[in-house]
Ligand binder design. Structure first.
Ligand SMILES: *[C@@H]1O[C@H](CO)[C@@H](O)[C@H](O)[C@H]1NC(C)=O
Ligand SMILES: *[C@@H]1O[C@H](CO)[C@@H](O)[C@H](O)[C@H]1NC(C)=O
Ligand SMILES: *[C@@H]1O[C@H](CO)[C@@H](O)[C@H](O)[C@H]1NC(C)=O
Ligand SMILES: *[C@@H]1O[C@H](CO)[C@@H](O)[C@H](O)[C@H]1NC(C)=O
Ligand SMILES: *[C@@H]1O[C@H](CO)[C@@H](O)[C@H](O)[C@H]1NC(C)=O
Ligand SMILES: *[C@@H]1O[C@H](CO)[C@@H](O)[C@H](O)[C@H]1NC(C)=O
Length: 467
């Protein structure tokens, strides 16, 4: 009696696992609602301020790679805070992860995974950190395998395949919990292959990672085109030269490289990037309250953003950098760009770009032009997650929100959809090819589950009736 349904289940699994195709048999759990918690903002945003009950996963940033694969670097303040972080998460049934790497902490990933000996040492360092803090998992925020990030990372053409070997080794470690959560935060294009181009097949990562969070933010603009959105939902509708990545194009790219949509999480930013742009360029000549799209700009011409922004200074590579120009969502309200209800502050011009589904704001006095995210753009992204069968969202960073308006918006829309934004979007960009193919790829495994699961339920009911 007990054995029959199991046998039927394996038939279902077999039926779904077509050779050469990557279809997940595991039934999707509730959508992933994740965020990163930045330890260096703990004074302003303590662990007690996190809306724990709204999350499924919380990832602590950062442990960093070091020249010695045996050692993952942790600041002393992070060492002191991690036990409380893990305890707070566990008290709310939230998975507690540590993120390793980040923009400034990825310098030595390449050597840490560069040989069998180093991988064993690095895996041991990961294992001991997991056990020491009772963490549920590790988020690999390697920026980027096989591709330069900040400028002084070690890069090796075999990075991506070596990274996979490390993850496979971790999965084989029987001393680790079977529920170990392994995730990766990734660029909008798939991990580089050994020629430095985006890999065409990295399906192996889907077997060893719980989810892959596409960091669909910090997308660069192009001086030839002007300032564009830093976190576009779509870019297929953007002008030529400004198609620099988006949720639509990156999900299609990762999916085409063999990662099923239900392993993809959309990384979203609760912040915006600003640029110094004169009002003659930023505002329409015929209507001074109307913002121009793609205004031209001078690279690195940025002022300090909100009070969490990093000022100019020398980075870990020894290179002088301009201020970040970053505004959290609460920072936009604090600095007067937005009122607390998200509407325009006094004298601020706003524009919502229907292609990227993201807003822009401009202060003509300070001449600061910001590309940011708001509840409307988060609802559009949540709807995209829902309608494409993605695993959920991951927000950088938990402390960037304002009274959870962004979190509530994307969480609701990723669970329930937001047909309003979808209808609106469809009428604006009807049938772009990349969007069409990505959603077709995602609905196939889902519909198999819908066909096969009821069959399974029906059959097991028959079994219990007949015995
Ligand atoms: C988690 O719950 C336990 C048991 O109730 C409690 O002792 C502990 O202080 C809580 N941790 C945090 C960080 O609130
Ligand atoms: C292994 O790690 C050592 C540092 O302990 C480093 O010098 C060496 O280059 C690494 N090997 C590879 C192949 O990356
Ligand atoms: C990359 O891996 C190949 C195959 O294992 C090996 O022959 C080659 O030496 C490696 N290249 C580098 C730069 O480590
Ligand atoms: C000027 O632009 C604003 C913002 O886009 C718009 O609300 C307003 O209707 C425009 N005024 C005219 C006269 O077109
Ligand atoms: C616009 O910038 C000016 C100059 O920095 C500042 O004084 C003013 O408060 C800003 N306006 C708003 C509405 O924040
Ligand atoms: C949640 O989404 C549903 C469906 O789109 C919508 O009707 C409802 O207003 C949303 N609720 C919130 C709090 O955003």
């Amino acid at each position: 009696m007990l054995r029959l349904p199991t046998c039927i289940l394996s038939l279902v699994v077999l039926a779904m696992a077509h050779p050469g195709e990557h279809i997940e048999a595991r039934a999707p759990e509730k959508p992933i609602a994740a965020a990163w918690y930045a330890g260096w903002h703990a004074a302003d945003f303590p662990l007690s301020a996190v809306s724990w009950s709204k999350y499924t996963h919380m990832t602590y940033a950062f442990g960093v790679t070091t020249p010695d694969p045996n050692i993952i670097g942790l600041d002393i303040s992070d060492e002191n805070r991690l036990p409380q972080f893990v305890s707070s998460a566990h008290n709310h049934s939230v998975k507690a992860l540590l993120s390793v790497g980040g923009w400034t902490g990825s310098r030595y990933f390449s050597t840490a995974v560069g040989s069998a000996k180093n991988r064993t040492a690095f895996a041991k360092a990961i294992t001991s950190i997991l056990q020491k803090y009772d963490l549920d998992g590790i988020d690999f925020d390697w920026e980027y395998p096989g591709k330069q990030g900040i400028g002084c990372n070690i890069v090796n053409p075999n990075d991506t395949s070596n990274f996979l070997l490390l993850l496979q080794q971790l999965r084989q470690d029987t001393t680790l919990k079977r529920t170990l959560v392994l995730t990766a935060a990734v660029y909008v294009t798939p991990f580089a292959d050994n020629t430095g181009e985006p890999s065409s097949d990295i399906a192996g990562f889907a077997d060893v990672l719980d989810y892959i969070a596409i960091m669909n933010y910090d997308l660069k603009s192009n001086t030839a085109i002007g300032v564009g959105p830093s976190s576009p939902l779509d870019d297929s509708c953007a002008p030529d030269g400004a198609k620099l990545g988006s949720a639509v194009s990156s999900v299609a790219a990762w999916s085409n490289a063999g990662i099923p949509n239900n392993k993809l999480v959309l990384g979203v930013g609760a912040y915006g990037h600003s640029y110094d742009i004169s009002s003659a360029v930023a505002l329409s000549q015929t209507n001074s309250s109307s913002l121009n799209s793609y205004p031209s700009y001078t690279p690195n011409s940025r002022s300090l953003g909100d009070r969490w922004d990093g000022d100019s200074g020398v980075d870990v590579c020894g290179v002088m950098q301009a201020p970040g120009g970053v505004y959290t969502y609460w920072g936009l309200i604090e600095e007067g760009f937005l009122k607390s209800d998200g509407s325009a502050g006094e004298g601020i011009a706003l524009r919502y770009d229907d292609c990227s589904e993201t807003p822009f704001a401009y202060n003509a006095t300070s001449q600061v032009y910001v590309s940011y995210e708001n509840p409307r753009s988060f609802a559009a992204k949540g709807d995209f997650i829902h309608s494409n069968g993605l695993a959920g969202f991951a927000m950088w960073e938990a402390g960037g929100d304002y009274h959870d308006v962004l979190l509530d918006s994307i969480k609701n829309a990723s669970q329930n959809g937001n047909p309003g934004s979808r209808t609106q979007k469809a009428s604006l960009v009807s049938g772009t090819s990349s969007k069409g193919s990505s959603s077709a790829a995602s609905t196939r495994p889902a519909s198999l589950v819908f066909v096969l699961l009821p069959a399974l339920v029906f059959l097991s009911t028959l079994m219990s009736v007949s015995t």
